[in-house]
Unconditional design. Structure first.
Length: 667
């Protein structure tokens, strides 16, 4: 025996371990998989994970395999793989608990199936299969030894090698009972396992579906010259709940610094009585775990949260990791901030914008471990006070590694926590934050206003890998962003942006004032509001003429009634002959319990001019014959239209309506 033969015999040729030399099955491209398993995919309780994988082997043997899944730390549950085409296989499982699930694939040569296929082919061709029947008997005996309850297999094995006619013994081999018995005892001694275990982060349903409303509690005072308290702000909660919102989102509620406090419209001059920006966090009254004294006490906040919850609203807090020059951290931990050569601390800038009232934290600090722990403790503190939803301000300006660690740390203690990433930044950065653990993400929806760009963007979000880990939250406006579309489009622009946000995405939000169509910018070409609520108390008449309260309430009611609108995976765009029209539908997933629920939306993206055109209804999908009339009902106002065939006409006058939300009914 030469040296090469010796190496092969010892199982070390080409680095092959002896235990893998007889593993013939290859497993590749298990999907969904994010960055070779570096990051988990995301689901909410009750959602499914449909995995696909390529499984093949040399030769012509049949294969079998299982998708293995489990709640992390539990025993594996196995689901048989089902063949698709071209060596692709699939299986689906449901996630039922919060936390982390794991999944992988194991596959093997189906020796019994391969034997049976060959036996049947030869027998059907009239060939002698006596030898094959003996081989089968050996397979059955081996399977019986793998399980202590294999007496029936031994009986059949005796029959295969017995003296009955060949046709009778072949018939015994073809019995479904035998297939069932053998499937329960596969030979997995040389099976192949996928080379990694993948993960699923399972979040509460609110991570997938919800309507957010942002309010500044200090603006709800009966005396416009002073800040409201939490108890006074409670008066606004029933109206917000009546509009159908699920999440009540508050800007920072912490003490506001005095040093370099900003005045109205971001002025460097602060006049007496100016409340300052809530994002200039920290004063002698405390920092990120304290309450701004003009709002009340921590007990008042706890009561506010409880009142909101009784009304069906979950409170979300804005967490901004930055500090006023007056923040206790500046005095107690100067090492957590960046210093100039003269020793002074650098204030925040986003050229040409300057934020003299804010110090950014230094994530390159040598004392980063203590900084990280302190920041995680902020989330844990508010979670202990009943807040499980956090909107994080500018997370892309902080360490990615920090977020990955921090979110995992908080979710170990509170797996129902939701983190919304406010990161209007470059696409790859936005995506990486989502991979790193953020439950939801702000998006570019605010700047996607035309029909074609919306189609392209939503296709990217729902038909690429992004759908597995990046959940969009479509905010129609924010305290920082009043898009020119809203500035110049009047009430029709607000109407259509509301409907698009609420139906294209399962999660969406508005900032207070949207319902009043507030649209005045601080200056031409700016996206900032005139008399921004960020820098002053703003008193409004919530029932002023022209408000959108009823429309918002109806849209949110429709979202709650129709499971189809509570997810993004089934979004489908349909054809229209007018490029200003957007025509799409969502269908309830099969596993959702929503039956055949399907909602169609057609909207004009032009708030200035009448638009009309023809839209194609997918009647074949709906089981409607081309010559059969059917009724479409507008969920917004109950109006009904009788249509026939695929192509039908719609018309939009901005002063009258900007969209229809249809369901299809039979005559």
């Amino acid at each position: 025996m030469n040296g090469t033969e010796t190496a092969v015999r010892d199982g070390v040729a080409q680095g092959i371990h002896p235990s893998t030399g007889t593993r013939r099955v290859v497993i590749e491209r298990l999907q969904p998989e994010i960055d070779a398993g570096r990051f988990p995919i995301k689901r909410t309780i009750g959602e499914s994970v449909t995995a696909t994988v390529d499984v093949f082997a040399d030769g012509h043997d049949l294969l079998a395999g299982v998708l293995k899944y489990r709640k992390a730390g539990s025993d594996w549950i196995e689901i048989p793989l089902q063949p698709l085409v071209n060596d692709a296989w699939t299986a689906t499982f449901i996630v039922e608990e919060l936390g982390t699930y794991e999944y992988t694939v194991e596959a093997w040569i189906d020796r019994f199936g391969s034997w049976l296929k060959g036996l049947v082919a030869k027998a059907d061709a009239g060939q002698d299969v006596s030898s094959e029947l003996l081989e089968g008997a050996e397979l059955l005996q081996a399977a019986a030894r793998r399980n202590g309850e294999g007496l029936r297999l031994l009986e059949i094995a005796d029959g295969l090698r017995g003296s009955l006619a060949q046709d009778t013994r072949v018939a015994m081999a073809r019995e479904p009972e035998l297939r069932t018995l053998m499937d329960a005892r596969p030979d997995r001694s040389t099976s192949t396992e996928y080379d990694r275990v993948l993960q699923v982060t399972v979040d509460p349903v609110r991570a997938r579906f919800g309507a957010w409303y942002e309010m500044f509690p200090r603006s709800y005072s009966p005396d416009p010259s002073r800040s409201a308290t939490f108890r006074e702000a409670e008066s606004r909660l029933p109206a917000i709940a009546d509009m159908g919102f699920d999440v009540l989102y508050l800007p920072p509620i912490h003490p506001i610094g005095r040093t370099h406090r900003k005045g109205r419209n971001n002025s460097l001059t602060c006049e007496p009585g100016d409340p300052g920006s809530p994002w200039a966090i920290g004063s002698a009254d405390g920092g990120h775990t304290a309450i701004e004294p003009t709002l009340g006490t921590i007990e008042d906040f706890d009561r506010f949260v409880a009142t909101a919850r009784r009304l069906g609203l979950e409170v979300a807090l804005d967490i901004a990791f930055q500090a006023s020059p007056d923040h206790p951290w500046v005095r107690e931990h100067p090492e957590w901030f960046k210093h100039r050569p003269d020793g002074s601390i650098k204030y925040a800038e986003n050229p040409p914008k300057k934020y003299q009232d804010i110090y950014p934290l230094d994530f390159d600090s040598a004392e980063w471990p203590s900084l990280w722990q302190e920041l995680a403790n902020v989330f844990l503190y508010w979670a202990a006070h009943g807040v499980k939803i956090f909107r994080v301000d500018n997370p892309h300006t902080k360490s990615f590694r920090f977020w990955e660690w921090c979110i995992a740390t908080v979710k170990r203690a509170h797996p129902d926590t939701i983190f919304l990433s406010e990161a209007f930044t470059r696409p790859k950065v936005m995506r990486h934050l989502a991979k790193s653990g953020f439950t939801q993400s702000y998006t570019y929806f605010t700047w996607r206003n035309g029909a074609q760009e919306l189609r392209e963007y939503l296709t990217e979000l729902t038909r690429t890998e992004l759908q597995e880990y990046m959940r969009p939250n479509f905010f129609a406006n924010t305290p920082d962003i009043l898009h020119e579309y809203l500035q110049h489009g009047g009430r029709p622009a607000f109407e259509v942006r509301l409907i698009l946000a609420a139906t294209l995405a399962a999660s969406y939000g508005i900032y207070s004032g949207f319902e009043l169509c507030e649209n005045v910018a601080v200056r031409p070409g700016s996206e900032e509001y005139l008399d921004s609520e960020k820098y002053q108390i703003k008193v409004r008449d919530w029932n002023q003429p022209g408000n959108l309260n009823e429309l918002i309430a109806r849209v949110n009611e429709i979202r709650r009634e129709h499971v189809a609108l509570q997810q993004n995976t089934t979004l489908a765009f349909h054809l229209t002959d007018n490029p200003a029209l957007l025509w799409y539908s969502k269908t309830a997933p099969a596993a959702s319990g929503g039956g055949s629920d399907r909602v169609f939306v057609v909207a004009s993206t032009d708030p200035h001019r009448m638009q009309h055109g023809w839209i194609e209804v997918p009647i074949a999908d709906l089981g409607i014959a081309p010559d059969r009339p059917y009724v479409v009902e507008d969920l917004l106002d109950g109006s009904q239209y009788t249509w026939r065939g695929a192509w039908n006409y719609v018309r939009f006058e901005p002063a009258e309506r900007m969209a229809h939300m249809f369901i299809v009914r039979d005559l």
